[in-house]
Each structure stands twice: as C-alpha cells, then as structure tokens.
Design a protein around this ligand. Structure first.
Ligand code: FAD
Length: 325
C-alpha cells in the first residue's frame, strides 16, 4: 500500500545536511508510490528546494519565517507540527541529529504517536516498514515495526546511502504560513560560537582520526589533525583525552559524546572502553593504533597497528600525501 512520507530537512548554516538526502532515500524505499514531501525551514528555504527534489522529494513545503533561520525548539516545534497537520503523512522521517533528536520526540508526544529513534536501517518487508536500531550501547540490534498509527523515526547519519541525485527531477513547491504568537518563542539565538572539529562536521564526517589519552597533550593532537586534513576528515577524541584537557568536549565520541558512523575511523592512543565503543563501533572500517597489544580496541578493529602513535601517524600522513597527490 502506498504511503505518504514527510521528511524534515536538516539544515545547518543555510545548507542541507547530508542526512536530509539519506532520509529522502529511506522515504523512497518505503513510499511504494506514495508522495514524498520534504519540509524545509528558514527565510532562505527556497534556495534548498532543488537539491531536495533531485534527491527524491515530490513536494517541498517551505516555511520562510526568519524566526526559523536558526534552530530553536519552540519555533521548529510549531512549524513542524503545522506541516504535519497540513500534510497528514503516514510516515515521518528526521535525522538523528541535534535538531531531529530535540524536535521529534516533542512533536511525537504532542501528536500522541510513538517514535523509533536512532535507526541505522530501514527496509520494506511484506509491505511493512522495518527499522533497525542499536541497543545496549551498540552491542546488539533490534528490529522494530509500527503496528498502528503514524510511523515516526529518526535516522542516524551516515547509515543509509543517499544515492545519486537526479538533476532533472523537480518538485511541487508550496509555501506554508506559520504565525508565531509573540510569547511562544522563548529562546532567541543571538550568536553562535563554533567549537572547532577541524572544519569537517564530526557527526557527518566520512573519515575520523580520533585521539585518546595516549596523545598525551593538546600539542599531541597536531599530528592527528594533519592526518585528518590530508584525508579530508575530522578529528575526534575519547573522553579520556577530553577529561585530560587535551581537547574540547565537542570532539568527544562515545556513550556520552557523539555517535559516529564514518567509513574510516582511526583510533590513536585509545584503549577501547565500552563507553567509547558505543559511539564508534558501527564505523565501516576501524584502524587502531596503540602501543599496548592487549588494548581492547584491537577486538573491534579491522586493522591494528601496535606501535607508538607519534611514529605511526606521521608515517601514515606522509604515505597518504603521496597517494592522494
Ligand atoms: P585510556 O583508557 O587511558 O587509554 C589510553 C591508551 O593509549 C592506552 O591503551 C595506551 O596503551 C595507549 N597509548 C599510550 N601512549 C601511546 C602512544 N604513544 N602510542 C599509542 N598508544 C598509546 N569514554 C569515551 O571515550 N566516550 C564517552 O562517551 C564516555 N562516556 C562515559 C560515560 C560513563 C558513564 C563513564 C563511567 C565513562 C565514560 N567514558 C567515555 C570513559 C571511558 O570509560 C574511558 O575511561 C575512556 O574512554 C578512556 O579514554 P582513553 O581510551 O583515551 O584513555
């Protein structure tokens, strides 16, 4: 049976994040001929219609209020709820990002629907949408279906292939008016102070070079940054490194940090505590560099290098420089 699917576009700095395209790919997988609608918010939203259409949206709903230029819970909540009431979708998909994680449970609660969060896969089995999500900090996976009512899910970035855009596709565009009551927006974003992750967004990075306590100092992160720069990746860290003051907590990966699924994760001087693995063990290829051959990180690594990271990392950087020159 065909299903109408609504995707909330995830926008940062007026640009669509890749997870928006991944959600559209998931929408195409489950719609079975139903209409795919993307909602995109902000005064610049019209500029983002084409890529949404190219990746599979049949209809794009824009909400152009400037109050939506920066994410705030109140404004997004009201706009998203209004779009849902307007579209009446069977399925709603958002990214499992800071935005999706904040707004989706609120909207789901208000609509009286359930929410399957942090899905790493979506498939259609005998007409039923089956979501896969990790449990027990990534040690096991569970499959979930919604038996009744709206299907609402958040999708972990970097898990569902976005596919190739079709530059010839167009979408029907509709502008929806949302009137915010003056006292309904309780937060005003005045300024955004960026915490650096080496220029590449950690949660969407395809390659991450991550440092642990073995990096020994803030200075010790420099060779990791150089390797990340050569590979076009981002730098991450264990909590051990953050707690030791070697880097900012914005870089922390793990149970209480960011959850990442890059194509390549290079763990340097990280022991591999379960709380760290919870944030990175689903990476497609894991390389571990550690001078302790018994370090638990080697149990999840596809490739292990037993050695001093300060010798190994510069060698890798030099080799990749030659390869990628
Ligand atoms: P260590 O365990 O000290 O390991 C350092 C490693 O570096 C060692 O294996 C050592 O052999 C190696 N090494 C040293 N020098 C070199 C060298 N020159 N070359 C190569 N290797 C070298 N941790 C997280 O990472 N993320 C989380 O989100 C997180 N959440 C937590 C939540 C809770 C509730 C708790 C209790 C803990 C959490 N932790 C988290 C902490 C976690 O348990 C570990 O303490 C932490 O991951 C250890 O960091 P590390 O591997 O960098 O340090």
């Amino acid at each position: 049976m065909s299903k109408n699917v609504l995707v909330l576009a995830d926008v940062r700095e007026q640009k669509l994040r890749n997870v928006s395209f991944e959600a559209l790919a998931a929408a195409r997988m489950v719609a079975e001929g139903g209409q795919i609608t993307a909602a995109v918010f902000g005064s610049f939203a019209k500029d983002l219609v084409d890529p949404l259409a190219h990746y599979g949206a049949d209809r794009v709903i824009t909400v152009l209020n400037p109050e939506l230029d920066q994410y705030t819970t109140d404004a997004y909540f009201q706009a998203f709820k209004k779009v849902i009431e307007h579209v009446q979708p069977d399925v709603i998909l958002t990214g499992h990002t800071a935005v999706g994680r904040d707004v989706s449970p609120r909207v789901a609660a208000r609509l009286g629907t359930g929410l399957i969060s942090d899905c790493t896969n979506v498939e259609l089995v005998n007409g039923q949408i089956v979501f896969t999500r990790p449990i027990y900090a990534g040690k096991a996976f569970v499959k979930k279906v919604v038996k009744d009512g709206i299907v609402f899910a958040t999708l972990r970035p970097n898990n569902i292939a976005a596919g190739e855009p079709d530059g010839n596709r167009t979408a029907q565009v509709e502008e929806l008016q949302v009137d915010f009551a003056p006292d309904s927006l309780r937060t005003l974003v005045k300024d955004i102070v960026k915490k650096s992750a080496g220029g590449v967004d950690l949660s969407e990075a395809r390659i991450i070079v991550s440092g642990g306590r073995g990096v020994k100092s803030a200075e010790g992160f420099k060779p990791l940054q150089e390797l990340a720069d050569v590979l076009g990746g981002a730098v991450g860290a264990s909590r051990g490194a953050c707690d030791s003051g070697y880097c900012d907590y914005a870089l922390q990966i793990g149970q209480t940090g960011k959850v990442v699924t890059p194509d390549l994760y290079i763990a340097c001087g990280i022991s591999g505590a379960i709380q760290h693995l919870a944030g990175m063990s689903n990476s497609k290829v894991i390389v571990a560099i550690n001078k302790d051959p018994e370090a638990p990180i080697f149990q999840v690594a596809d490739y292990g290098i037993v050695g001093d990271l300060f010798e190994v990392v510069p060698l890798l950087t030099e080799e990749f420089k030659k390869l990628l020159a």
